[in-house]
Design a protein around this ligand. Structure first.
Ligand code: GUN
Ligand code: ZN
Length: 433
């Protein structure tokens, strides 16, 4: 048995905060002990109750211990093309993305990028992410092998794409099916890995490939499904040209049986009334990607409308359309998008989204996303005075809500003092792998 005890201020959510004074939505300890046994949380109690146990502990005071951040959508194979200069989505994909992803046919390349990518996640306090790999199965092997080495709970899958992209990147309906099946068998449920069946989006899949995806989803209800939906106006009109029989963009995925509670849909910006209804009915998840939506000029996510219609929501960086690995930067940009929509997002709701909210949207509540008994000890330790400018502002902060808002508005990887993955220190040991 291995045991670690942490001491610090602890914040963890129990429900979605409805307002800035919704104090019932979270638990907060000013001075707590977190007891970790064999990678899981065995106790969270006021320090006075833990101190009599005696023994060594790691003192993180005055920092704030939260569940590790969860990033619901990103492309690890785009790590070396963040900040590529393009007007909008389809130009960005054709000019940079589909060129970059071809490099992942080489195992050495995939391994090297995977290592650097995981370092960056950890540096930013992200302990679980849901990634698109490239269309090459070896990019998936590199992704999950690295997750296993680090004992991280990671979701991902091979992109399926058989048209409207360079030949070197395309699979076929048959090979996409076969390779996905092999990869599910190899990686789903191995260590902490979970597989996501990943048809890229309607534009890059023929009807035959969508049929293959339908079969995979029916044969593997245990796996996630991820794709892109309604990000950009040109993307929507091209999709409708390619699938004229479907009522709208969401209808394409609906027609191929790809929607459901395990389905994660990146972007979901320009949905009509019928589409939001279908997402709600099927329990599909709309994933908000703020930095990407601003960078590519895609549009403003309508969080309140989706929530009002009962759609499940996630939040994500969308590297490399997104511009930062930091979920703090992501929450900040998300706040600004919602400001433009007249929707004020309170800081409790922000941090809920990046932790328990995303865990719930992955149907992983009880496993990750909370500092609570039985959850994995995947934790982030945040310092709201990490830079001189933050320290200057922190000197005038007088409430937890203000501190959280400061962290999301000014924070980045420098605010991440430490990260624990399954109870083991992960940030301060980077490079020692
Ligand atoms: N739509 C299809 N592929 C992609 C991608 O790689 N990034 C983004 N942002 N949108 C997509
Ligand atoms: Zn994406």
């Amino acid at each position: 048995m291995s045991q670690t005890i942490l001491r610090g201020r602890v914040l963890s959510f129990v429900s979605e905060p409805q307002a800035i004074d919704d104090h019932a939505s979270y638990r907060y300890w000013e001075d707590a002990g977190v007891v970790i046994v064999d990678g899981k949380i065995a106790a969270v109690e006021p320090w006075d109750a833990i101190a009599p146990l005696g023994g060594d502990y790691i003192d993180h005071r005055p920092h704030l211990i939260l569940p590790g951040f969860i990033d619901m959508h990103l492309h690890y194979v785009q790590s070396q093309m963040i900040a590529s200069y393009a007007g909008s989505l389809l130009e960005w994909l054709n000019t940079y993305t589909f060129v970059e992803e071809q490099k992942f046919s080489q195992q050495g390349h995939a391994d090297a990028v995977a290592t650097a990518f995981y370092d960056e996640l950890v540096r930013n306090g992200t302990t679980t992410a849901v990634a698109y790999c490239s269309s090459h199965p070896r990019s998936v092997d590199a992704y999950f092998a690295e997750a296993e080495k680090r004992n991280m709970l990671m979701v991902g899958g091979k992109v399926m794409m058989d048209r409207n992209a360079p030949g070197a990147l395309c699979d076929t309906a048959q090979s996409g099916y076969d390779h996905t099946k092999e990869l599910i068998a190899r990686w789903h449920g191995r260590a902490r890995g979970l597989y996501a069946i990943s048809p890229r989006f309607a534009i890059t899949s023929t009807p035959a490939q969508m049929e293959a995806a339908r079969a995979l989803v029916a044969e593997h209800p245990e796996a996630y499904v991820q794709t892109h939906l309604s990000e950009n106006a040109d993307e929507i009109s091209f999709s409708m040209e390619l699938y004229p029989g479907s009522p709208d963009y969401t209808g394409i995925y609906e027609d191929y049986g790809l929607l459901g509670p395990m389905t994660l849909l990146g972007h979901c910006i320009h949905l009509n009334h019928r589409e939001t209804g279908v997402l709600a009915e099927t329990g599909s998840v709309a994933v908000f990607c703020p930095t990407s939506n601003l960078f590519l000029g895609s549009g403003l996510f309508d969080r309140e409308r989706l929530i009002k219609h009962g759609v499940r929501i996630g939040v994500a960086t969308d590297i490399g359309g997104g511009t930062s690995y930091s979920m703090l930067r992501t929450l900040d940009e998300g706040y600004k998008i919602l400001q433009l929509r007249g929707q004020r997002l309170n800081p409790y709701a922000s941090f809920y989204m990046a932790t328990l909210g995303n865990a719930r949207s992955l149907s992983l509540e009880g496993t990750i996303g909370a500092v609570a008994l039985g959850n994995a000890a995947d934790l982030v330790v945040l310092n709201a005075a990490a830079t001189p400018a933050m320290a200057m502002r922190m000197a005038t902060v007088s409430s937890l809500a203000e501190e959280l808002f400061l962290l999301q508005t000014m924070g980045d990887d420098r605010s991440v003092a430490e990260v624990y993955v399954a109870g083991a220190r992960a940030k301060s040991t980077l490079g020692g792998l």
